[in-house]
Design a protein around this ligand. Structure first.
Ligand code: GDP
Length: 195
């Protein structure tokens, strides 16, 4: 898909800074280094729109990317980075909690986990957090090019079991290298934002 108009509207920490024109939003979250920037860049056919993180856990803002004046991707800070202080962790919690609690235009969440591993406690907590706010979630298992096709079923089971995956949600494998999963992810986003 080709996009002509993608704008980083704002890097916000406070609800007063959130965009006000009522476009539907999809929030994207995952632990640092899971491949979130790579996913966003792939979905938007950009090389380096969302920066692939050289310093994981550093960005503590919500980044609002407006796409063709139709919808907004909200990129939340990567969690679970060991070197982040307790204070930064709490700050992160506040920023995302305020957003999830108050944001009426939020339509759904994309949660990224690593296709190779069992989800972490942080992943489990984030998934449950999103479910607590009744959000439809698309679980994207990243870096699937790093596992064999024969492992797909086993990894799907491991990931769903650890997350206590809700069957009404959707699960998809993705690779920024091969682009597998790209179309399903866009389908899900479109279905949930009516664009
Ligand atoms: P973020 O911290 O979640 O934004 O993660 P990045 O997008 O910066 O990716 C972290 C690292 O994983 C980088 O070295 C990427 O090149 C690599 N990476 C991301 N996605 C994939 C993928 O689908 N396949 C492979 N093999 N590597 C990936």
């Amino acid at each position: 898909m080709q996009f002509n108009d993608i704008t980083l509207l704002i890097s916000a920490v406070d609800p007063k800074q959130y965009p006000q024109d009522g476009l539907p939003e999809i929030v994207l979250s995952g632990r640092s280094n899971v491949g979130k920037s790579s996913l966003i860049n792939t979905l938007l056919s950009r090389k380096a729109l969302a920066r692939t993180s050289s310093k994981p856990g550093k960005t503590q803002t919500l980044n609002f990317y407006q796409i063709e004046k139709q919808l907004i991707f909200v990129d939340v800070p990567g969690y679970g980075y060991a070197k982040v202080s307790k204070q930064q962790r709490e700050r992160f919690g506040q920023i995302i909690e305020t957003y999830l609690q108050t944001r009426e235009v939020l339509q759904g969440a994309v949660l990224l986990v690593d296709a190779r591993h069992e989800p972490t406690e942080d992943d489990f907590n984030m998934y449950n957090y999103l479910k607590y706010y009744d959000l439809p979630v698309l679980v994207v298992a990243t870096k699937v090019d790093k596992i064999k096709r024969s492992q797909h079923n086993k990894q799907t089971k491991i990931i769903k079991q650890k997350l206590q995956f809700d069957p009404s949600d959707q699960f998809v494998f993705f690779s920024a290298e091969t682009k597998v999963g790209h179309d399903e992810i866009w389908q899900w986003i479109k279905a949930h934002t009516q664009v």
